[in-house]
Design a protein around this ligand. Structure first.
Ligand SMILES: Cc1cc2nc3c(=O)[nH]c(=O)nc-3n(C[C@H](O)[C@H](O)[C@H](O)COP(=O)(O)OP(=O)(O)OC[C@H]3O[C@@H](n4cnc5c(N)ncnc54)[C@H](O)[C@@H]3O)c2cc1C
Length: 463
């Protein structure tokens, strides 16, 4: 069975059908390039409408005996082997069931556009991402690069090849001195004022509106999209309804996550939780060791129930030391590990300017989980990650050297966090937040969704 009948799925199906395999393609009919008028840069087919290419592809697959049907795959489970040969039981969203020996997943990518009012409506026409796909069509136009991260510089230099009239909207991303110099050398103007909307006339963009009300005339906006949330995970935070969380704390930590409330002592909620657990790859708990054992959430109990799971446990003091059973949170750990003393003044305790132990430990957990998932993929197994704020504090206070100043930073000057902050619209208003410290060339620049209202999401997986 081939899941997804875009260019990749149909090509796979064509080769398999010609190899006399019995092939079924199931496609939900939403190829990535659907908004584009024509496909370009594809020899022989240059200028052909995407829908026409797919129609011809389906015809060719059918010509060799393959079947192509409209439908959406909802689940795929390993089924009883037939004569020792493994099978999959696949269910479509409309309830139809299929059994297959092999599954080729060709479901494509999902483009996530920055949340700028008016942008999404022009996607694939006045708002473009790929200089090779649409560049020729927008040549010599006034083009704006809407930056989403470090990769946007590369984007700008590619689009500069197509027009002399290029503006780089940094839109909260960091543009260091070297980058500014490179852009200036190519005649690219940089605008740092935040973008608040796209202005259009007769269905096509005419300008980019800035936070100060100015409109910069642009016919085309090029944007590097992100594909899925920061690193692709569907993250659902589950809390007990009786243990309220401050919305402000959630605004700070809820980026890219959804948040739902479930009372594990309550039968109906417990059943929902168990269903979530059955489909989860990773469970992260943030309570003191032992506190969740009565719900069957001890790492050993989870591993027994779901072999192959990655279980990460984050606590204040760790499971192994004398304070393992105690409650704790960032500020208490800062006090106990001497940070309050180091940061204090004239006998008064101080604190780090941010909840660095919470955030730092969270990123260490994320790194541990990624490592565990990689190892699981390579060799299988059930994995456990343990992290403690106290251990992070120890690393922070022993042997961590300050980073060398980056280009453009002047040592000795008061710390200027502006380059690491970004603003965006969130369900609860305009939100200013720190960028993720995880960044790499071509990687995601920001989280796909801002934090919503704590506890307001449906307790289900979306991916
Ligand atoms: C606006 C735009 C313009 C582009 N222009 C060009 C261009 O000019 N030239 C070029 O070479 N490339 C272009 N690209 C890139 C090109 O679209 C992709 O490389 C190509 O579509 C990838 O094919 P695919 O089969 O992997 O994925 P897709 O074309 O996205 O197809 C995936 C299919 O899987 C289906 N699917 C997803 N989930 C399920 C499920 N659970 N069950 C069943 N079916 C499912 C989807 O409905 C979809 O039909 C463009 C991209 C965009 C966004």
């Amino acid at each position: 069975m081939v899941v997804g009948g875009g260019a990749a799925g149909l090509n796979g199906a064509l080769v398999l059908a010609r190899s006399r395999r019995s092939v079924l393609v199931v496609d939900s009919g939403a190829p990535r390039n659907a908004p584009a008028e024509a496909v370009h840069g594809f020899i022989v087919l240059d200028g052909t409408a995407p829908s026409e290419i797919l129609a011809r592809g389906r015809e060719q697959v059918r010509h060799y005996g393959g079947r192509v049907v409209f439908g959406e795959l909802a689940s795929a489970e390993p089924a009883e082997p037939v004569a020792g040969d493994p099978r999959f039981a696949l269910t479509l969203a409309d309830g139809r069931g299929v059994s297959a020996r092999r599954v080729l997943v060709a479901t494509g990518l999902r483009d996530v556009l920055p949340e700028v009012p008016g942008l999404a409506g022009h996607w694939g026409r006045g708002v473009v991402h790929c200089p090779y796909c649409h560049g020729w069509e927008v040549r010599d136009e006034p083009i704006g690069i809407l930056a989403t991260g470090p990769g946007s510089l590369h984007h700008a230099l590619l689009f500069r090849q197509l027009t002399d009239d290029l503006v780089y909207f940094s839109h909260g991303t960091r543009v260091d001195r070297d980058t500014r110099a490179r852009l200036a050398a190519r005649g690219i103007r940089v605008i740092d004022t935040a973008v608040t909307g796209i202005v259009a006339d007769a269905g096509a963009p005419t300008g980019v509106r800035l936070a100060d009300g100015t409109v910069v005339a642009r016919r085309v906006i090029a944007v590097a999209t992100r594909t899925l949330a920061l690193l692709g995970a569907d993250v659902l935070r589950v809390d007990a309804p009786g243990l309220p969380e401050s919305q402000e704390a959630h605004n700070d930590t809820g980026l890219g996550k959804r948040s739902a409330l479930l009372d594990l002592a309550h039968g109906a909620d417990r059943r929902i939780f168990d269903e979530l657990l059955d489909a989860a790859d990773v469970v992260v708990t943030g309570y003191r060791p032992g506190a969740l054992d009565r719900f069957g959430l001890a790492p050993e109990a989870l591993a027994e129930r779901r072999p192959g799971l990655v279980v990460a446990r984050l606590s204040a003091w760790g499971a192994y030391g004398p304070w393992g059973g105690r409650r704790g949170f960032d500020s208490l750990v800062q006090a106990a590990t001497g940070i309050a003393l180091l940061e204090g003044d004239e006998g008064r305790p101080g604190a780090l300017p941010a909840q660095a132990l919470d955030h730092g430990t969270g990123y260490l957990v994320a790194a541990g989980v990624l490592r565990a998932l990689t190892e699981r993929r390579r060799g299988g197994g059930t994995w456990r990650v343990e992290a403690a704020l106290a251990q992070t504090a120890r690393w922070l206070t022993h042997g961590t050297e300050p980073e060398a100043p980056r280009a453009g930073e002047r040592p000795g000057r008061p710390y200027e966090p502006g380059a690491w902050l970004v603003e965006r619209d969130a369900p609860l208003g305009r939100l200013r937040h720190a960028l993720s410290p995880v960044s790499y060339e071509g990687g995601p620049a920001d989280w796909a969704r801002p934090p919503g209202r704590w506890g307001a999401d449906e307790p289900r997986w979306t991916a």
